[in-house]
Design a protein around this ligand. Structure first.
Ligand code: APR
Length: 320
């Protein structure tokens, strides 16, 4: 029986970390693709040389040719440029849209049956463009944002409450940007919703608001510290969790940028919503009822994603 094949388009900071994690978790063989000559080959060899120490069996290969991704079961896309301090994710749009066009073609021609996870920013617009450029079914093309955003929220909450990160669940909706919508009433410690924890004196509404804002700014906080690029460990972990949900048909309930066809009153766009991921890709989209400020914030987030989609259409009219 052939091993599962995972193709990583982009062998930069996130791509390299994805390859290592896929190896450590023995998810399958890995192909690292990049336009930079030597980078994917060097990273692949380095990771392969870790395999005897870590005890995993996987073929890890680096390539500059799309043919090598042929037959991939999962494709994770990080190709493009990351943010530098002072840049928003949206500043990357022009460059990364062109990259998505090339990548979409490469996937369409070589791995049309794959489950495709896009990480390249600005996420919601790039995954939408990638789906169009690739022509793959929308349930098989998904954006990684919500798992990362809710992981950040979970981490900050666990730190606040001095409890295990494992016992904190968090819920983040909307676009992957400054307008994302962390949902306090659906976030819990061992099932106890945050508003109840406020009543119990564990924290205050003001403190929660600070944590929500830190979550929204989570990516910028890392960019400000690193100065030379953006976060890569947690984004890679998050995408691997999604890949694993698909490959093992786990039916995980994960927040992802998914293509909406009427849910939340939206049609023909990608935005972060709770989904079920299994062997069918995005098998279900969970539609919750938003209240008051949540509705307004979600709408703001949707408007900002729409703005980015319009900017993409301006650059590449074929997306219209
Ligand atoms: N095709 C393939 N690879 C490309 C292309 C292209 N057209 N253009 C650039 N790349 C490669 C670069 O050579 C580089 O190795 O993409 C890689 C990107 O890696 P990094 O610069 O290290 O960026 P990384 O931190 O991995 O982030 C990648 O994910 O989170 C987002 O905002 C982030 O959009 C950025 C992406």
């Amino acid at each position: 029986m052939a091993r599962t094949k995972i193709a990583l388009i982009g062998a930069g900071q996130i791509g390299g970390t994805l390859a290592l994690l896929a190896g450590l978790k023995e998810l399958g063989d890995v192909v690292l693709f990049d336009i930079a000559e030597g980078t994917p080959q060097g990273k692949a060899l380095d990771i392969a040389e870790a395999s005897p120490v870590e005890g995993f069996d996987a073929v890890v290969a680096g390539t500059n040719g799309y043919e090598a991704i042929a037959g991939a079961d999962v494709v994770i896309v990080t190709a493009g440029v990351p943010r530098k301090p002072g840049m928003s994710r949206d500043d990357l749009l022009g460059i990364n849209l062109k990259v998505m066009e090339q990548v979409g073609q490469g996937i369409r021609d070589n791995a049309p049956d794959a489950f495709v996870i896009c990480i390249t920013n600005p996420l919601d617009a790039m995954v939408w463009a990638l789906q169009k450029f690739s022509g793959l079914p929308a349930n098989k093309v998904v954006g990684m944002a919500g798992v990362l955003d809710s992981a950040r929220f979970r981490y900050f909450l666990a730190e606040e409450f001095k409890v295990s990160v494992e016992d904190v669940t968090a819920f983040v909706l909307g676009g992957h940007g400054d307008t994302m919508v962390p949902l306090v009433r659906y976030s819990t410690v061992a099932g106890i919703p945050l508003p109840d924890l406020v009543k119990m004196g564990w924290t205050t509404d003001a403190r929660l608001e600070e944590i929500v804002q830190r979550t929204r700014d989570g990516g910028a906080e890392i960019v400000g510290l690193l100065k030379t690029g953006s976060a890569f460990y947690a984004p890679a972990s998050s995408a691997i969790q999604m890949a694993e949900a698909y490959l093992k048909d786990k039916k995980r309930v994960l927040p992802c940028a998914a293509y909406l066809t009427g849910q939340y009153g939206l049609d023909g766009m990608y935005v972060g919503v709770p989904t079920v991921i299994g062997e069918g890709g995005i098998e279900r989209i969970i539609e919750i009822e938003l209240q008051g400020a949540e509705k307004d914030n979600f709408q703001k987030s949707v408007d900002s994603v729409r703005g980015l989609m319009d900017a993409c259409k301006g650059i590449q009219p074929s997306l219209g």
